[in-house]
Design a protein around this ligand. Structure first.
Ligand code: AMP
Length: 438
């Protein structure tokens, strides 16, 4: 069945699209990873190709005190224009980099450029230096089909994060239809991600293509996982992952726990973990989780051995030790070779794989083997037909860093949002689109 977004004809419509353009910028304000922008291009192109225009709104970083150059979305205008152009299917008339001033508008549309989209029409990318106010409103009003307007950082107004209805209403005036394509912020009840929904009738609010894909893939794993289903949970902090593990006890066949958080579990079993990462106040809950897993028939796998180090540093002395017998003053910074084999065997026999969090300090060369081994096993299982979903900032970086991005079934763009989804929570950005909350 065609989705609401795909079935909608945007001809002559101004679509107000909430995207997650919260991309990392370096000291020169250059984009260092554009995956989040790339992920929304199909949504933008569908609207433009229908004959609509697109008003994009996003946050960038965590600006403290109102507007600042550092967090300005103007740094993204040029690249957005290039991406729209590159996505042109067989377009002969690429106009990358050609600068044009705002067409027919005296309202300053800063950084406006031209590029070409899939419909081979050149598209103007305009920029409004405030997301609300007269300039944004007039620019939006004068936009023609095929044009894109990027609004300045929503978080320059504190009302955004407060979910202020007055602010949401002002934003809503910019478009005829509200499209939520920002899975990365779907767990926030902010003005542009949720509250704004009440100013659009239900037929004029919908998910974009990215959001549809994110929700469909997450749903598939959470509610329709083909068994055996293994969840691989790693990273530093148990406290961040308790709820997801508890919820996964209801559906997973196996849960692999790696990374720094594994040592709290190993300590709960009575192991000696040396100076490995440990959250002492979570030892009790770790024990409880292991008891619950046993009662439910879910197999929890902890790393049998670890790569240990005499300090938390890339040039530390290293050795291998059983994870429950780590000498004092040494710490486990990666899973060991036996644990790699143990984990990889479980992964290879699983039909559904969910991965969140690295197996070790993968940023340092000496401690990335475990994370790489897990990524390799996931890629092998995927090639044999298993479904694999990777999410959460660090596991996504690892998959990219090790060159496995196209060897897994799906990489989620939402870190916190994905975690909360798998904790079983209803995400405000999803409920707002689906529910009739007028
Ligand atoms: P999280 O944000 O909780 O997913 O944690 C990711 C971070 O955990 C990464 O920066 C890893 O370097 C770190 N990490 C993974 N394993 C360990 C470990 N054994 N000891 C300390 N930090 C770790």
């Amino acid at each position: 069945m065609m989705s609401k977004f795909s079935a909608y004809n945007f001809k002559g419509q101004k679509a107000l699209v909430r995207v997650d353009f919260n991309v990392p910028l370096n000291d020169q304000c250059e984009i260092t990873d554009d995956s989040r922008m790339k992920a929304t291009i199909p949504t933008i192109n569908k609207i433009l190709n229908d004959g609509g225009s697109v008003i994009l709104m996003s946050h960038l970083g965590r600006p403290k005190e109102g507007p600042s150059d550092e967090y300005s979305l103007k740094h993204l205008v040029h690249h957005l224009s290039e991406l729209l152009n590159q996505s042109a299917v067989g377009s002969q008339q690429s106009a990358v980099g050609s600068q044009q001033s705002a067409v027919g508008s005296q309202q300053s549309a800063v950084g406006s450029q031209q590029s070409a989209v899939g419909n081979q029409q050149p598209v103007t990318v305009l920029f409004a230096n405030d997301c609300i106010g007269e300039q944004a409103y007039l620019t939006a009003k004068m936009m023609r089909p095929g044009e894109v307007l990027l609004l300045e950082n929503l978080r320059f107004h504190k009302e955004e994060e407060k979910g202020d209805p007055g602010f949401a209403e002002k934003l809503s005036k910019l478009g005829d239809v509200w499209v939520n394509d920002a899975f990365g912020t779907a767990h926030r009840a902010h003005a542009s991600t949720a509250v704004i929904a009440r100013f659009f009738p239900v037929e004029k609010r919908m998910f974009g293509l990215l959001m549809e894909k994110e929700v469909a893939n997450a749903e598939k794993v959470l509610h329709n996982a083909e068994k055996p289903f293994v969840a691989i949970i790693g990273g530093a902090k148990v406290s961040d992952k308790i709820l997801i593990i508890e919820n996964l006890l209801n559906t997973a066949t196996d849960i692999i726990i790696g990374g720094g958080m594994a040592y709290t579990f190993i300590k709960a079993e009575g192991g000696d973990i040396g100076s490995s990462l440990c959250e002492d106040d979570r030892v009790g809950i770790a024990l409880e989780i292991m008891r619950k897993a046993e009662a439910k028939g879910v197999c929890i796998h902890l790393p049998s051995d670890s790569i240990i180090a005499d300090k938390f540093a890339a040039d530390a002395m290293t050795s291998d030790a059983p994870s429950n017998n780590i000498p004092d003053d040494w710490m486990g910074l990666d899973i060991g070779p036996n644990a790699c084999e143990q984990f990889c065997n479980v992964i290879k026999r699983s039909k559904t794989i969910l991965w969140n969090g690295p197996m070790g300090v993968f940023e340092m060369h000496n401690f990335q083997h475990g994370t790489k081994a897990v990524a390799t096993a996931i890629a092998a299982a995927t090639q044999k037909g298993s479904f694999s979903l990777v999410g959460g900032g660090d596991s996504v970086s690892a998959v990219n860093q090790f060159g496995f991005a196209d060897k897994v079934s799906y990489i989620s763009t939402g870190g916190g949002a994905m975690l909360e989804y798998f904790e079983g929570k209803k995400l405000p950005g999803i409920s707002a689109v689906e529910g009739d909350n007028r």
